[in-house]
Design a binder for this molecule. Structure first.
Ligand code: SF4
Ligand code: SF4
Length: 189
């Protein structure tokens, strides 16, 4: 299972990187602006987490909420790396989250999965002032809309995770328009 996941990851990375290079200027520019907007929003949400002294709370509970992160990483997060001409760190699927390290998450905050960034557990939440809690709700709403905009534009963008979408699309383009993929009945199956 670990090896299969890693192979699927590598195939998906190669295929999305090639499709990204082949996109027209309008699509690439739309992606670039959208991932930068998401990155800024995620940094703002992370600033609230820092203001609540999140890192010291997390080190005490040893990153409990990273215990099931296998499918948090989505196409949007991958595009954030590709838009900067970079690749994400190599995942280790033997871990509870493939991007977890001894000192925390290996993904930069602006390219971290939506599920991870918006999660402010009770301990963290209670340390925020009412104004900060309101800011956190507004940022979460804004980020949800931004991620949703990707799902409306690209077949592979979904909250369900990059590898789950890649498996479902079974070799068809993750950057194709939603609904443009051939269905089983289209293939006469
Ligand atoms: S966010 Fe909360 S549950 Fe998650 S690691 Fe930090 S303190 Fe623990
Ligand atoms: S991507 Fe990072 S923050 Fe999210 S579950 Fe994995 S290690 Fe934790």
């Amino acid at each position: 299972m670990i090896q299969q996941r890693h192979q699927l990851w590598q195939r998906t990375l190669r295929s999305v990187a090639a499709d990204f290079q082949a996109l027209g200027d309008e699509q690439r520019s739309w992606i670039g602006e959208a991932v930068r907007r998401i990155g800024r929003g995620q940094q703002q949400l992370h600033a609230l987490f820092l203001a609540a002294d999140g890192p010291s709370l997390c080190s005490r509970c040893q990153g409990a909420c990273c215990a099931c992160g296998t499918h948090h990483f989505t196409l949007v997060n991958l595009l954030a790396w590709l838009a900067e001409g970079l690749s994400p760190p190599d995942p280790d699927f033997a871990l509870t989250c493939p991007f977890l390290a001894a000192d925390g998450c290996r993904l930069a905050v602006d390219k971290r999965p939506f599920n991870c960034v918006i999660f402010l557990c009770e301990q963290v939440w209670e340390r925020l002032t009412p104004v900060q809690q309101q800011q956190a709700r507004q940022l979460e709403d804004m980020l949800r809309r931004q991620y949703l905009a990707f799902s409306q534009r690209f077949a592979g963008a979904s909250p369900h995770g990059l590898l789950i979408r890649a498996e479902r699309l079974n070799g068809q383009g993750l950057l194709a328009a939603p609904g443009s993929q051939a269905s089983a009945s289209d293939c006469g199956a």
